[in-house]
Ligand binder design. Sequence first.
Ligand code: NAD
Ligand code: IPM
Ligand code: MN
Length: 360
Amino acid sequence: MSRYRIAVIPGDGVGVEVVAEGIKVLEATAKVVEGLGFKFTSFGWGSEFYLRHGQMMPSDALDVLRDFDAIYLGAMGDPRIPDHITLEALLSIRRGFDQYICLRPAYLYPGVPTPLAGKKPGAIDMVVIRENTEGEYADVGGRIYRGTEAEVAVQAGVFTRRGTERVIRYAFELARSLNKKKRVTSVTKSNAMRHSMVMWDWVFRAVAQEYPDIESGSLLVDAACMNFVRKPETFDVVVASNLFGDILTDLSAAIVGSMGLAPSANLNPERRFPSMFEPVHGSAPDIAGKGIVNPLAAILTAGMMLEFLGEARAAASVKQAVEKVLVEAEVRTPDLGGSSKTSQVGEAVVSKVAELDREG
Ligand code: NAD
Ligand code: IPM
Ligand code: MN
């Protein structure tokens, strides 16, 4: 009997709506996979908590989360509070639990319209691996002479050899595990960022030599953006720094049809700490509370959680159920051109999980 203890942080805006659907789907997998079970513990942390207590989560939040098997998060961010305050909570979990791998797959599902002309289902099938604990997001810097003409702001990028090497190595190992011949593309900006990113390129070439069976290449981030649009089929595994990985994955979500289809996993591969699973999208205040947010990104994210927990059968059933809902195209939210409600999409996936089980 595998009963997993999951810490749930719905967070703000649409985070609350999509996490509710993800939990329904997880419960559905527990009904069809013998021995699988979940104990969800929900934490009401986020912007409302901040308005009451002056912080997004309690000071001992990481101690509270430490003993869970995984963390399932919706989104953080509220127009009433500056983003650099609200989002620090999220970043402190990623850093504090050394979740140095951020996995963000992008797949063009059958039945989903893409803004790119002439791309067939499956033609876009990539995973972006984003360094998730340092780089441009390292919390190093400061401001002096605030509010005066002499004001200075310094935001340092921190690239360690260890941090760079481990994410690059993970990318090659992932490519190797994918069986088919897969290419690893590293994305930097070493023509302008002459220290950190020149080191990154150097480490990438050194690690690549250890994987002669895997094709590899480097692109500058501006050219990579162009090629995500022009020829996305040339990407399999992409590895990039924290900021570049962030930007590239809004783009990869857009070319496969919607932010509402983009899952994400923040992993501590050594499992010394819990990993955290959250969709790529944010709290989407423009549509929050309307019941129209697409929950599929959060549902696919729950599937990634199952995969990481070692529940391959349950993970596959979530993925297949989502695929079926998409290809049948009867139930879909407005971002995909439909008029269904968030909960209807969640329920459609739940029924498909059961149906797939009956079909064996
Ligand atoms: P966003 O991802 O929330 O929304 C961007 C656009 O995509 C919006 O028009 C939104 O309606 C649409 N969208 C996003 N997810 C969707 C879904 N599942 N279904 C349908 N449409 C969807 O990005 P933003 O507007 O730049 O940010 C809003 C807030 O969220 C900000 O406070 C930001 O800092 C925060 N944010 C948080 C996270 C996170 O918690 N992981 C991630 C990104 C942004
Ligand atoms: C994401 C988000 C976060 C990030 C923000 C909200 C800090 O955009 O998860 O993609 O940049 O990591
Ligand atoms: Mn982002």
